[in-house]
Design a binder for this molecule. Structure first.
Ligand SMILES: [Zn+2]
Length: 675
C-alpha cells in the first residue's frame, strides 16, 4: 500500500519547554547527528499555551516550530491537552477525575480529566482548534497527535457528571428500566431499579468490588463500555476541531497495546493511522511484545502503524529499571518494523533534569553529549533506517492465522467473581500466540465480530478465553468452520452473552454445537497446582482451571491424568463440523503442551513452520511490487548460528551480503533480508 509519509520518521518526543531557549538549536543539531528527522512536540504544554481561561500565548511554541522549520524537521504536533493547568482545576474543580473511592482529584498528575465534563470538552476543543488554526500548513507537519495515552492516568472516572451521563447512555441503550433490570439480572440482591436515578457507577462504596469486579457484572460491563466511548468522544471532539482547519494531515493518538480500559477496535475506526507506545519491562517476553505490535496493526485493519514511543534506554516506572543492553533498542526497533511499524520514535529526545521522568532514558542523556553509548547506538540505528527504512514502508504482513482479541471478554473474564482470580486475559491470548510465534507463523489480531467474508481469509482462527460471545458471533463461527475453516477455543469460552449473563443450558453456551462438547464443571487450581494432560501428541500440564468435558460428537485428543475424580476425562477435543474442525482446549496448557497441541495443526494446514533457534524470530513484510523483506531477529543476548533455506540467495540489506546458508546473529542481532 502507499506509505503514509514521504520519509521513514525517526525521532520522538522533544520537550524544549523544559530547557532554556538558547539550548534548543544545539540540541537539534545533536539530534541531526543521530539521523533524527522528526520530533513530537507540545504534548504537555497546556499551562503554557493557555495561562488563563481568557488568554492564549503561543510565543514559545512559535519559536520551537520556527526552529524545526529552519532545520527541515518533520513535526508531529500534539494538541497539548493531556494534563490540566492548575487554574482550570481551581476555577472548575469538576473538570478533574474522581476515583472509584469517590475522592475527587486535585490539581496534579496527567491524563486527569473527567471524560464527560462539558467544560473539558469545550476547552480541549478550543485549544485543539487554536493549535490547528495556527500550525496547519507548517512545512514538515506530518501528523497531528491528539492528547496523549488516553486512560493512562490510572482508571475510570466515577464523578457525578459521569453518573448523569451514564444514566442517559443507559436510557438510550435500554429504553426502559424494565429492560435494564432484565439485562442486569437486577432482581439479584434487591437491585431491581424503579427509577433511572437509582443507577450509580460501580464505586467501591457501592457495587464495585474492585476496579475490575462488581456485584452486578452487567453494570461493570456497561460502565466500561460507556467510559471507553466517553474517552473516545473526547478524542473525536479534538480531532474534529483539527479537521475544520486541516482536511488532509493524518490524525492519531498514541495507544498502549493491551491496555484494558479502552476498546481499541472501536478507537481505531476513528483514527487515520494507529500509533502506540511500546514499553516492555525486563520480564516481558519478546513474543508478548510481538503480539502487542500485531494487535496494534490489527485494530487498524492490518495497515502499517506508528511506533510513537519507546525508550532509548531504561524506563523509570518499574521497581527495577535495567538499562537496555547494547543492541537491545535496535532489536526492539526492528522488531516493531518487522511487525508493521513504519516509524521508529522515542520518548524522549532529551532527558529531563526535573520531574518524575528524570531517570527515564533519552537520546541526549544528562551528560548532554554525543559520547554516550545510548546516543551512539541511536545514531547507528538512525543511519540504518535512513538507508533502508523508506523502501520497507507500506509493505504488509500476510497472515493465514487470526487470533481474536476481544475487549468484552477481557473485561468479562477479569470481572468474574469466581471460579478463579488467576486469569489475565492478555496472558491467555499470549499463551496461544506464543506457540505460533515460536514457529514463525504470522498472525493477525482480529475482533470477535469480524464478518464471515473477512474471516474466510484465514485458515485458522483462535479465540482464547472468549467468555463473551456477542450476538451473531457463534453463527458466524459455525458458518466459517462448516465451510472448511479451523477454529480453536477452550476454557471459559461461550459462558456469557453480551449482558454478562450466563447462557442457560450448559457451557460453552452458543458454541456448544460447534465445539461438540458440554462443559459440566470448571475446577479451579491453586496457584502452584497443575493438572496432567496426556495424549498421543501432548504430554504436558494445565494450570489455573480444568474444564470437565463431556463429548457430544467431538473426538478426544488428550485426557486429564493424576488422581482427581475427573482423571480420564477429555482435556483436549476436536469436532468435525461440516468440512472444518473445531478444537476445544480444556485447560490453560503450559508452553510444552501448547507447542505440542499447535504443532500438528500448523503442519496439517501448511502454515509452516520455519524452524529457528530459541529466541530467534523470523517475520516477513510484502511490498506491492512483490518484494519480500524478511526480518531475522535474535531476541536474546547469546550468539546464534542458523540456516534457513528459504532465505538463501537473499540480500542482507544492512550489510549488503548475500545469504548463503549459514547465518550468524550476535546478541540482539538483526538481519533484514530482501527476497
Ligand atoms: Zn467524571
Amino acid at each position: 500500500m502507499k506509505p503514509i509519509y514521504d520519509h521513514f520518521l525517526f525521532g520522538g518526543d522533544w520537550n524544549p519547554e523544559q530547557w532554556p531557549e538558547e539550548t534548543w538549536e544545539h540540541d537539534i543539531e545533536m539530534l541531526e547527528d543521530a539521523y533524527i528527522n522528526e520530533v513530537t512536540i507540545n504534548v504537555f504544554s497546556w499551562a503554557l499555551l493557555q495561562p488563563a481561561e481568557d488568554r492564549y500565548d503561543f510565543t514559545m511554541l512559535d519559536n520551537i516550530v520556527a526552529l524545526l522549520v529552519k532545520h527541515d524537521f518533520n513535526i508531529v504536533m500534539a494538541t497539548g491537552t493531556a494534563a490540566l493547568p492548575g487554574w482550570m482545576v481551581r476555577l472548575h474543580p469538576e473538570v478533574i477525575r474522581t476515583e472509584q473511592s469517590g475522592t475527587r482529584h486535585v490539581f496534579g498528575g496527567r491524563h486527569n480529566f473527567c471524560p464527560t465534563s462539558p467544560y473539558f470538552r469545550e476547552v480541549s476543543r478550543a485549544l485543539a482548534a487554536h493549535v490547528a488554526e495556527r500550525y496547519t500548513g507548517t512545512p514538515g507537519l506530518v501528523n497531528w497527535h491528539v492528547c496523549n495515552e488516553y486512560g493512562g492516568g490510572g482508571g475510570l472516572c466515577y464523578c457525578d457528571q459521569c453518573a448523569a451521563a451514564f444514566r442517559e447512555w443507559l436510557k438510550a441503550k435500554y429504553g426502559t428500566v424494565e429492560a435494564l433490570n432484565q439485562a442486569w439480572c437486577a432482581n439479584f440482591w434487591s437491585h431491581t431499579i424503579t427509577d433511572w436515578a437509582d443507577v450509580v457507577p460501580p464505586v467501591n462504596y457501592g457495587d464495585g468490588i474492585s476496579d475490575a469486579k462488581c456485584v452486578v457484572s452487567g453494570l461493570q460491563m456497561d460502565y466500561r463500555r460507556f467510559q471507553s466511548q466517553a474517552q473516545l468522544a473526547c478524542y473525536v471532539n479534538e480531532r474534529d476541531a483539527i479537521r475544520e482547519y486541516d482536511a488532509a494531515t493524518p490524525i492519531t493518538t498514541n495507544l498502549m497495546g493491551t491496555f484494558k480500559d479502552l476498546d481499541y477496535f472501536e478507537w481505531a475506526k476513528e483514527m487515520d493511522v494507529v500509533s502506540w507506545d511500546n514499553y516492555p519491562g525486563m520480564d516481558t517476553l519478546p513474543s508478548f511484545t510481538a503480539m502487542c505490535h500485531d494487535l496494534m496493526r490489527g485494530i487498524g485493519g492490518n495497515k502499517p502503524f506508528m511506533l510513537m514511543e519507546q525508550t532509548p534506554n531504561q524506563q523509570n516506572w518499574f521497581p527495577f529499571c535495567k538499562v537496555k543492553r547494547p543492541g537491545e533498542v535496535r532489536k526492539l526497533s526492528w522488531q516493531a518494523v518487522a511487525h508493521g511499524a513504519d516509524t521508529v520514535q522515542f520518548f524522549q529526545m532529551k532527558q529531563s533534569i526535573g520531574g518524575c521522568e528524570r531517570f527515564h532514558g533519552a537520546v541526549i542523556a544528562h551528560d548532554g553529549t554525543e559520547d554516550s553509548r545510548v546516543f551512539k547506538e541511536t545514531a547507528a540505528l538512525g543511519d540504518e533506517l535512513a538507508r533502508i527504512g523508506k523502501r520497507i514502508m507500506g509493505s504488509e504482513i500476510h497472515a493465514k492465522v487470526a487470533i481474536m482479541f476481544d475487549w468484552q471478554s477481557y473485561w468479562s473474564l477479569e470481572g468474574c467473581v469466581g471460579p478463579t482470580t488467576g486469569f489475565s486475559y492478555p496472558n491467555e491470548v499470549h499463551r496461544f500466540y506464543r506457540a505460533l510465534w515460536r514457529r514463525n507463523v504470522p498472525v493477525d489480531m482480529i475482533e470477535s465480530t469480524m464478518p464471515l467474508n473477512e474471516l474466510k481469509k484465514y485458515d485458522l482462527v483462535i479465540a482464547p478465553a472468549l467468555i463473551t460471545v456477542l450476538p451473531g458471533v457463534a453463527e458466524t463461527l459455525e458458518a466459517y468452520v462448516s465451510d472448511g475453516g479451523n477454529f480453536v477455543t477452550g476454557y471459559m469460552a461461550g459462558i456469557h452473552d453480551e449482558h454478562d449473563l450466563v447462557v442457560p443450558g450448559g457451557y460453552p453456551g452458543k458454541l456448544r454445537k460447534l465445539m461438540g462438547v458440554w462443559i459440566e464443571e470448571i475446577d479451579a487450581l491453586a496457584p502452584s497446582e497443575t493438572i496432567e494432560v496426556h495424549g498421543d501428541m501432548v504430554d504436558a500440564k494445565g494450570e489455573i482451571v480444568a474444564s470437565i468435558i463431556h463429548r457430544e460428537g467431538a473426538r478426544r485428543l488428550a485426557t486429564y491424568g493424576g488422581s482427581e475424580f475427573y482423571a480420564g476425562h477429555s482435556a483436549l477435543t476436536v469436532n468435525d463440523f461440516g468440512s472444518g474442525k473445531a478444537y476445544f482446549v480444556g485447560t490453560p496448557l503450559d508452553e510444552t503442551g501448547m507447542n505440542a497441541f499447535m504443532a500438528p495443526i500448523v503442519s496439517e494446514l501448511g502454515l509452516g513452520p520455519i524452524d529457528t533457534p530459541e529466541d530467534v524470530s523470523l517475520s516477513v513484510r510484502y511490498a506491492d511490487d512483490g518484494t519480500r523483506y524478511a526480518f531475522l531477529i535474535n531476541n536474546g543476548n547469546a550468539d546464534r548460528r542458523l540456516c534457513v533455506g528459504e532465505l538463501n540467495g537473499g540480500e542482507e540489506l544492512l550489510s549488503g551480503a548475500r545469504i548463503d546458508d549459514l547465518i550468524e546473529l550476535g546478541p540482539y542481532g538483526v538481519n533484514v533480508i530482501k527476497l
